[in-house]
Design a protein around this ligand. Structure first.
Ligand code: FES
Length: 61
């Protein structure tokens, strides 16, 4: 899958968020702490939360 810029403010890519989830992050706050995504304007929050849901449900399979 092609990597995608999710948080333009901090320049965090989808792969960065997925990696943080694989390393144990499960909430938006934990993603903020681990990647910096969502720590500026906050516009990326819905996208970050969607990736968290998608990635976690993928882990359960
Ligand atoms: S786009 Fe993520 S904090 Fe602004």
């Amino acid at each position: 899958m092609k990597d995608k810029l999710i948080c333009g403010c901090v320049r965090v890519y989808r792969s960065d968020i997925e990696r943080a989830i694989l390393n144990g992050a499960r909430t938006y706050t934990e993603i903020q702490e681990k990647t910096g995504a969502g720590t500026s304007c906050g516009n990326c929050r819905p996208l970050v939360e969607k990736i968290i849901r998608e990635t976690i449900s993928g882990l359960d399979e």
